[in-house]
Design a protein around this ligand. Structure first.
Ligand code: UT7
Length: 373
């Protein structure tokens, strides 16, 4: 039997920090309210030269550095995002090009904050069935670009960032042991970015009415979240043939401390078995779980053999959970390997430039025959 293991991980966060006090200068709120109701102290905001693709690419490169793989070894790149670079082309294709992952298929996945778990589920099954060998699953967001900075009920919550994992095959039992995915579109309106799609293309009216910004009924999402976080965790653990006692750490979607605490209470989990970094980054949507996973690994909170649950919920409404057994040890850093990768990234840029140039020459040389010619 073939198992899909996490063999690489990396994250990328913008340098710019936006504190609660700074938000309090923009809208009628304060640090005490925000921290008491959400657990958030500060979040990261993408700079002018950053975007979902640049953060995704930086996280992807960081993930590759923890492995002995080269970009050409990747067979699949999935970018989960609800703030992608464009409606199309997919952000994943931009990452593929910049990495020089010339053997990879690439697509974006839209399942909001649950997106990274959806991506892991698809990638793990593709590896287990021998369809592919190596997949990169990235969660990347710049939700600050879609936040209404005059709406105090939403602008306090979101932050930017990206996290990536690389999944690879192994005959050794472990890796992604089970996944549970769910959706309930009857709640689609509770958390949405109404305009900009085919239903409501951009117009003066949509802009004037603020329909290109996040709209949320926080209380409804809150109630839904507390219910599904617990349920999805239990289902995924049962599906893996385990009990909660065998789970070393739960890595929940970092949306609200009260949601996390409520789920932990329902699962009878002590504080030290639930990972939280929400205070520093806010809700980074699809990036929140992979960023948290990276920090848990890097802090040594996960030991080889440990079983983890990652669990999330989000717009859609969607939810998902994955039980993952940690087996891989990071490859010790070797300077020469990073130098090789730096050369490969340079070659990828040259290759991309040459392909663009050739595409222009090709269109000029080989015009399609005129109709009826
Ligand atoms: O990835 C999924 C993303 N979404 C979520 O996870 C959202 C889940 N929901 C939540 O996290 C919470 O519902 C919020 C943090 C958004 C709001 O907390 P709440 O405890 O549900 O507050 P509320 O909406 O019931 O509002 C309570 C009061 C209201 O005033 P009144 O009507 O009682 O006078 C709000 O106007 O707090 C007021 N309020 C604020 N006050 C100061 C709302 N936002 C703020 C604010 N600062 N930023």
């Amino acid at each position: 039997m073939r198992y899909a293991h996490i063999i690489g991980w990396g994250k990328s966060l913008p340098e710019k920090v936006l504190t609660n006090d700074e938000i309090a200068q923009m809208v009628d709120t304060n640090d005490d309210w925000i921290f008491a109701r959400t657990g958030i102290r500060e979040r990261r905001i993408a700079g002018d030269d950053e975007s979902t693709a640049t953060l995704a690419l930086a996280a992807a490169r960081a993930a590759l550095e923890t492995t002995d793989l080269n970009p050409a070894d990747l067979d699949l790149i999935i970018v989960a995002s609800c703030s992608p670079e464009h409606i199309f082309p997919a952000t994943a294709c931009l990452v593929e090009d910049a990495l020089g992952a010339r053997n990879a298929g690439a697509f974006d996945l839209s399942a909001a904050c649950s997106g990274w778990i959806y991506g892991v589920s698809l990638a793990a099954q593709s590896i287990a069935t021998r369809e592919i060998d190596h997949a990169m699953v990235i969660g990347a967001e710049t939700l600050s670009r879609f936040v209404n900075w005059e709406d105090r009920t939403t602008c306090i919550l979101f932050g930017d960032g990206a996290g990536a994992v690389i999944l690879g095959p192994s005959e050794q039992p472990g890796g992604v042991l089970s996944t549970v995915l769910g959706a309930d579109g009857s709640g689609a309106h509770t958390l949405a970015l109404p305009a900009g799609g085919s239903r409501m293309p951009a117009s003066h009216e949509t802009i004037d009415n603020g329909l290109h910004k996040i709209r949320m009924d926080g209380r409804k999402v809150f109630r839904f979240a507390t219910r599904v976080m617990r349920q999805a965790t239990i289902e995924a653990v049962e599906k893996a043939g385990l009990t909660m006692d065998e789970i070393a750490l739960v890595i929940p979607h970092q949306a609200n401390m009260r949601i996390i605490e409520s789920a932990a209470r329902g699962l009878k989990l002590p504080e030290d078995r639930v990972f939280v970094n929400l205070d520093r980054y806010g809700n980074t949507s699809s990036a929140s779980i992979p960023i948290a996973l990276c920090e848990a690994f890097d802090a040594g909170l996960v030991q080889p053999g440990d079983r983890l649950v990652t669990v999330g919920f989000g717009a859609g409404l969607t939810w998902g959970a994955a039980v993952i057994q940690w087996v891989a040890e990071p490859v010790p850093e070797r300077r020469w390997r990073n130098r090789v990768r730096a050369v490969l990234y340079l070659l990828a840029r040259i290759r991309s430039g040459l392909r663009r140039f050739w595409r222009r020459v090709e269109t000029w040389l080989f015009r399609p025959p005129a109709p009826g010619a």
